[in-house]
Design a protein around this ligand. Sequence first.
Ligand code: AMP
Ligand code: MN
Ligand code: MN
Ligand code: MN
Length: 287
Amino acid sequence: MSSHRLNADLHCHSAVSDGTLQPEALAARAKSNGVELWALTDHDEVGGQQRAMDAALALGLPYLTGTEISVTFAGTTVHIVGLGFDIHDAALQAGLAATRGGRRARALAMSDALAQAGIANAYEGALRYVGNPDLISRTHFARHLVDSGVCADTQEVFRRFLVSGKPGYVPHRWASLRDAVHWICDAGGMAVIAHPGRYKFTANEEFALFSEFKAHGGRGVEVITGSHGLADFEKYADTALEFGLFASRGADFHSPEESRTDLGALPTLPAVLTPVWEPLDERVMRP
Ligand code: AMP
Ligand code: MN
Ligand code: MN
Ligand code: MN
């Protein structure tokens, strides 16, 4: 089987960030869905990596280490996935800790903003859904507002409250693109632009993102992701070729109840692209 057809799923979240399943349950789900190479990519955090790796290897599932770093670029939040790095790298761990650092203050400010909009005690509500106190995210607020009956589903919460211009949105400064790419590369991994189809960039801003990302040492882009439609698959396959980037694939699975795309349930990569797992082959942990 040629490598582009591998059922690799290199983007998902556990309860160590804003997913609902524990790393062991995700490993089992990936295995039973037919995933052949897996990475857990919790936001700004590597606390679940050892558990994910141990569980995957025990199931006979090859594993790459992963994370998804929050970055501010051109005034927008961009996500950079890191794959195949050393989870014990001190500079990477310090960088992730600094990136996580502002989340509590931001969550309190979000709660104040939601109170102004008539929704009281959202911080306390969101906290009940948090698996890792260092990693309170908008997703936890969304789960609270759904379960307390304010909205029908998490999509509606984001649309009405949690995105730029809406009452519960609080702007936040995350890591720089340069730092995030360097932390990953210096720890021996590959930096990958996550779900580029989600950002509302102009063509010039998008060109700047890809150009600067490459200049800093970034080498990959997600082409096949649960966040992309068919038009995005084609557009970012072209972008990968244009910028000479390796292509990645991952569902961005968060929860059986919320996620549209399950682990491993994505189209394969287009044959014209070179998968990220080719240059990362020696970083794959095998049973
Ligand atoms: P945060 O890191 O706290 O800003 O939260 C970002 C997370 O919110 C993303 O990783 C997604 O899991 C989730 N998210 C962002 N936009 C949406 C949306 N429109 N619908 C559902 N979840 C979303
Ligand atoms: Mn998330
Ligand atoms: Mn993301
Ligand atoms: Mn993600």
